[in-house]
Unconditional design. Structure first.
Length: 168
């Protein structure tokens, strides 16, 4: 049983891991390939093993079912980490949005005292390596990161739905 578990885990890892000579493979597609290996193919069963192996595939189905659970748990963990990062991005977007509002008010201000007031407010909101020259680019970068990570969460949830529908 231990050897079967290691075999399935190794085969799964070999298929989904991105390497310099191959690209990352979709997780549900990988699981579909493993399901094919779990189902017997009578054409390739040797005659002397036909009676004992005719109902057994190359991969143990119980091990494969456990792999499905592990994969789903792993995806859910990735989603939870992404949610923490999304919260971080949202907080920074809110802060940078406030900086942009202060900048607009500073530009609309009539007196130097008001302009200085909003400029100081902006300085207080800046974080490491942010300044008057780059805050707009940082703001755009955060918004793009939020969109990209949100789409990633959606794709991961779709992946879980596909995996749950797979039949072993």
């Amino acid at each position: 049983m231990e050897a079967q578990i290691i075999r399935v885990a190794d085969e799964y890892d070999a298929i989904v891991t991105k390497r310099q000579y191959t690209t990352h493979v979709n997780i549900s597609e990988t699981l579909k390939d493993l399901i094919k290996d779990a189902k017997p193919d009578p054409k390739f069963v040797a005659l002397d093993y036909l009676s004992q192996n005719s109902k057994v595939g190359k991969i143990n189905k119980r091990v494969l079912k456990v792999l499905f659970k592990v994969v789903i748990d792993d995806i859910l963990y990735e989603i939870s980490c992404l949610y923490e990062y999304l919260d971080y991005l949202k907080e920074n977007i809110k802060r940078l949005d406030l900086i942009c509002k202060y900048a607009n008010k500073m530009n609309e201000a009539k007196t130097d005292k008001k302009k200085s007031y909003y400029k100081e407010g902006m300085k207080l909101l800046f974080q490491a390596d942010e300044n008057f020259d780059n805050y707009i680019q940082v703001f755009e970068d955060y918004k793009n990161a939020l969109q990209f990570r949100s789409e990633r969460v959606d794709r991961l949830y779709k992946e879980i739905k596909i995996i749950k529908k797979l039949e072993i």
